[in-house]
Design a protein around this ligand. Sequence first.
Ligand SMILES: *[C@@H]1O[C@H](CO)[C@@H](O)[C@H](O)[C@H]1NC(C)=O
Ligand SMILES: *[C@@H]1O[C@H](CO)[C@@H](O)[C@H](O)[C@H]1NC(C)=O
Ligand SMILES: *[C@@H]1O[C@H](CO)[C@@H](O)[C@H](O)[C@H]1NC(C)=O
Ligand SMILES: *[C@@H]1O[C@H](CO)[C@@H](O)[C@H](O)[C@H]1NC(C)=O
Ligand SMILES: *[C@@H]1O[C@H](CO)[C@@H](O)[C@H](O)[C@H]1NC(C)=O
Ligand SMILES: CC(=O)N[C@H]1CO[C@H](CO)[C@@H](O)[C@@H]1O
Length: 438
Amino acid sequence: MTASKSSVKWNSAHNFCPERLIELALLMLCLHCPSVQLENPSDPHNVLDEAVVAALETIHHIPPPEAHMSTPELIRHNNYPVEEHFVVTEDGYNLTMFRIPRGKQGKPGGGEPVIIQHALLCSSDDWLLILPNSEDNLPYVLADAGYDVWITNSRGNNYSMKHLTLSPDSLAFWNFSFHEMGIYDTPSFIYYILETTGKSQLSYVGHSMGCSMFFIAMIRHPYLQSKVRKMVALAPATYFMGTNSPAAIVLALVPSPILQMLLDTFKQGRVLASGVNKWLNDNGPSLCSGTIPADMCMNLIFFIVGYDFKQTTNYSASMILGHTPSETSAKTLVHFVQLVKQDSFQEFDYGFLGNLQRYGTLFPPKYNLTENNVATFVMWGLNDWLVKPTSAARNIHELGNVTRSEAVKDKWFNHLDFMYAKNAKEMVYDHCLEYLAD
Ligand SMILES: *[C@@H]1O[C@H](CO)[C@@H](O)[C@H](O)[C@H]1NC(C)=O
Ligand SMILES: *[C@@H]1O[C@H](CO)[C@@H](O)[C@H](O)[C@H]1NC(C)=O
Ligand SMILES: *[C@@H]1O[C@H](CO)[C@@H](O)[C@H](O)[C@H]1NC(C)=O
Ligand SMILES: *[C@@H]1O[C@H](CO)[C@@H](O)[C@H](O)[C@H]1NC(C)=O
Ligand SMILES: *[C@@H]1O[C@H](CO)[C@@H](O)[C@H](O)[C@H]1NC(C)=O
Ligand SMILES: CC(=O)N[C@H]1CO[C@H](CO)[C@@H](O)[C@@H]1O
């Protein structure tokens, strides 16, 4: 009932045709562009026609077919083998993992399992969006090196929006943050993968929230530490001191109970209103392909995470918008905003009364990073607006067993470049391989 309602709503939004409005605006801009008029001042009609043709050409680049492919479709499209696996957590969430058991044809398999875990508002898709050199994507780099790759999806995202009893339309379904992902999802992935492969250990690569989850899992379930041989932490999201992400700063201005209430009321406990991300994913790629619109879209994305034009390709905007953002719970976002405000890596803050009831203390308990002794390699970006180099340094200082740490050598590397940059293989993934092989 609700589902059909929301699809009707979004269809009517589509009839509004924002695409056409944007095209019209661009066309008008181009028509008034002085450089076009100067080229051929003697023949105004010709100039106009040429300008229209040029404008249409920049606008009407068709997005690559990959922009609308799901994770298994992308993997098959790139000629790698893929398996789909499901695991149900102790609290009933049914999570999806995609496995690439070996590299391209002819490459050996059966290597060590490696988990690749995505960040906030992302999914397994986000590890597969580098074009045109698609072999540079992290899962393929690891698979071709002989690893048994498992790309995991944490609760609530597009691929893990399932629960044995709760419906995603209920507030109770969205009653989780990255704390629950760490307590329940990460252990479920680890146990399932070790059981399925018969191995005794695996390694783990996390990006941003993918690291927060992992640290929480290791700190709250210390017996899991012996199951993980090595961990790679890419831009770990634990401390946010001095963040200059405009989005984080604006959100931090809103008191968190009010932010939570607003999101619960207007978005049914999600970050994105039901259907928004599907609409964006369906329409974003065609809105954001072509040179000018793609640049505008990338500008919007950079606004959140830091500028880095050199490392995006003309495919980036349409690939990213075709797959991202994926859904997550409002509580996850609010929990992150609390970390930004309080500059502390700690459990969810329910307010004095709520904390007393839940934790028996006025303030939420902190996660003690020193208790995680898994051998860890931390990488951070010098141009990361979310996780600043000083925050990365604090994280490294506190973790129990950092055996290697370095800033990415490209000084413009930002928070999302760990997934999307065209030089990510050279700058990051090759270093991961080297560390894991050691
Ligand atoms: C989890 O979801 C998958 C796909 O929808 C389904 O095939 C599987 O049976 C589910 N697992 C359980 C235990 O319900
Ligand atoms: C969310 O979970 C907390 C405890 O984990 C509980 O107190 C609260 O009532 C739950 N809220 C909803 C809407 O299920
Ligand atoms: C991207 O650029 C390449 C060459 O620069 C071109 O062949 C390709 O058509 C462009 N793709 C898109 C989606 O604009
Ligand atoms: C964190 O854990 C380490 C190692 O177990 C311990 O030495 C330290 O005192 C703990 N820090 C706090 C603040 O509890
Ligand atoms: C850190 O990891 C290395 C490599 O796995 C291991 O040999 C060492 O014992 C670990 N250190 C601690 C304090 O656990
Ligand atoms: C639940 C949900 O939104 N699933 C979507 C995830 O993404 C794939 C591929 O884009 C869609 O086919 C699903 O409908």
